[in-house]
Design a protein around this ligand. Structure first.
Ligand code: ZN
Length: 168
């Protein structure tokens, strides 16, 4: 049995007890969270978010990529969120990764080079990285200046979020 089959079996149980069919497409708490995809962290749990509360946008690193920006723009302009939160975390898989090494490892493993993805967005310093993502989001012309964009680092050893103050 593949993992997908195991998950499907779990879904059958989920459907039997399903009660979320009436939730609005608009997040009730009007917040969007951009965070890393790390499997150790269910941000809904650590932030007390329930189904229907918030948009969760996750990718490797919690990076404000073009696609993450697209999601935030949709989140605000189509679905009325009014506040954005960006979360990176300690012990991230992209922390201290040398992109040129990664690319050459991949080329060796696969037997050829690929130009896509153009960026892996690896980083050396967590707080600096969070600040860069905040800056990318805030400086997008379609993200209104009145939207608060706050950044945090989540500690995978303690579960604690620490706010990253904007540098200049
Ligand atoms: Zn991560």
């Amino acid at each position: 049995m593949s993992i997908a089959d195991e998950l499907l079996a779990t879904n059958q149980e989920f459907v039997r007890n399903f009660k979320l069919g009436e939730l609005s497409v608009r997040p009730k708490r009007r917040v969007a969270v951009l965070a890393c995809m790390d499997s150790r962290i269910l941000f809904e749990h650590c932030l007390g978010l329930k189904p229907g509360d918030a948009h969760m946008i996750r990718n490797a690193g919690g990076i404000a990529t073009e696609d993450a920006l697209r999601s935030l723009i949709v989140s605000h302009h189509l679905l009325d969120t009014q506040e954005f939160i960006i979360i990176n975390h300690t012990d991230c898989g992209l922390l201290k990764v040398q992109v040129y090494e990664l690319r050459s490892k991949l080329a060796e493993k696969m037997g050829f080079v690929a130009s896509d993805p153009a960026h892996f967005y690896a980083f050396d310093d967590l707080e600096t990285n969070v600040r860069q993502q905040m800056q990318r989001v805030k400086s997008h012309p379609w993200i209104p200046k009145h939207i608060p964009v706050r950044g945090f680092v989540y500690d995978v050893k303690t579960g604690k979020l620490s706010e990253v103050k904007e540098g200049r």
